[in-house]
Design a protein around this ligand. Structure first.
Ligand code: ADP
Length: 382
């Protein structure tokens, strides 16, 4: 669980924290406020207790969130289904709908609800807002939102491509237009959000026209532990031939596939040094990752026709120069030329890493989902 106390206008981070290993006896909280870091370690049984711990650490640092003039609490909610295209104030109806959507995001929405209900109880006077990870992709053109399966089955079970990481794709698209000093309505972008989860999007004039994630966050790029695109027949084949049940296949594709499935590691720093040491499995994992990434870049170049910039963001996108170099190697004929020195330079700021004569700009733009959520929540409450 990650949280921030952030000023929505200035972006100033007053406090931030992360709770790890929730459900374990050796869970931990690291809370930083006004430059000081407080730690807790011990048992934390569930997400409700994690939130209580966090509020307690705010208290200990001299901020009682119950009496401070907190404008809103913004919750990141993974699946908004067809119902939510915009942030909404938390109400009984919204909670019921987020709960109903749990069947589409069984790993995420139930946990999001625990957080929403705990905050309702712990901070009853502060307005709470749900910001949906799917919202930016709610209005995808129907040709990219539709799976070519029996349309009656799809309709009955709400099967379509929803897309995820929307808050990040939207924030980064806006920041890229600002960086280029262009009106967002005139800018076409390919956004590559490469973290532990990874997704690509094609954005035309500030609106998403395609994205790599689908009904769930499993589709698309190779990720830390998720397979991304596979032949769907693999699922039936494993069911019939390997006698794996649906839950076992689900767990394999989500938790022990992707980079981890191929080389046993999902942290890109470890994989990069394994590749440098000549590890064969890590090299194959890296090559499969880059191959898939290039496929999506190619698809979106064609999809958009005119592209102004390709934007890298999130943990891997912001910090792994080899991924940016190899993902865009030998694309000069498509107007994409990465400047090796600019690419290799370390920085936390938004930056251009393409050469001056690269027709398509290549940018690294740090994502900031917390600030994006805070701004959306503040805008709605105000
Ligand atoms: P998420 O929010 O999806 O958990 P992040 O955006 O925080 O993910 O990204 C996590 C990934 O970023 C990890 O695979 C991590 O190895 C990678 N990463 C972080 N720093 C670096 C770095 N300096 N070099 C390469 N990869 C990095």
């Amino acid at each position: 669980m990650k949280y921030q106390l952030v000023h929505p206008d200035s972006g100033e981070v007053i406090a931030s924290g992360v709770v790890e290993r929730i459900g374990d006896h050796d869970a931990s909280v690291e809370h930083t406020q006004n430059g000081d870091t407080q730690n807790f370690s011990g048992a934390i049984t569930n997400h409700r207790e994690a939130l209580q711990r966090a509020l307690h650490l705010f208290d200990e640092c001299g901020t009682d969130l119950r009496t401070s003039d907190l404008l809103a609490v913004g919750h990141r909610v993974v699946h908004g289904g067809k119902s939510f295209s915009e942030p909404v104030l938390v109400s009984d109806e919204v909670i019921a709908e987020v709960d109903r959507l749990s069947s589409l995001a069984p790993l995420h929405n139930p946990v999001n609800l625990i957080g929403i209900e705990a905050i309702r109880e712990l901070l009853p006077d502060v307005p709470a807002v749900c910001v949906f990870d799917t919202a930016f992709f709610h209005d995808l053109p129907s040709h990219s939102a539709t799976y070519a399966i029996d349309h009656e089955v799809a309709e009955r079970h709400n099967i379509r491509r929803y897309g995820f990481h929307g808050t990040s794709h939207e924030y980064v698209s806006g920041a890229a237009a600002e960086f280029l000093d262009r009106d967002p309505a005139d800018v076409n972008l390919i956004v590559l959000h490469l973290g532990n989860g990874a997704s690509a999007s094609a954005v035309r004039g500030g609106r998403a026209v395609d994205t790599s994630m689908g009904l769930t966050p499993l589709e698309g790029l190779v990720m830390g532990t998720r397979s991304g695109d596979i032949d769907p027949a693999i699922v039936m084949y494993l069911r019939r031939v390997a006698d794996m049940d649906v839950d076992a296949i689900d767990t394999m594709l989500n938790k022990s596939s992707g980079l981890k499935g191929l080389c046993g590691e999902n942290d890109f720093r470890t994989i990069t040094s394994m590749v440098d040491d000549g590890d064969e499995a890590a090299t194959l994992a890296y090559d499969v990752y880059i191959h898939r990434l290039r496929r999506y870049i190619g698809a979106y170049l064609v999809d958009l026709g005119r592209v102004d910039a390709i934007v890298f963001t999130a943990g891997v996108g912001e910090n792994a120069p080899t991924v940016r170099r190899d993902g865009l190697a030998n694309l000069e004929r498509f107007g994409i030329v990465v400047d090796d020195d600019a690419n290799a330079a370390r920085s936390r700021d938004a930056r251009r890493i393409s050469t001056g004569d690269s027709e398509i700009a290549v940018l690294v733009i740090p994502t900031n989902e917390e600030l994006a959520i805070a701004r959306k929540a503040a805008a709605l409450v105000r």
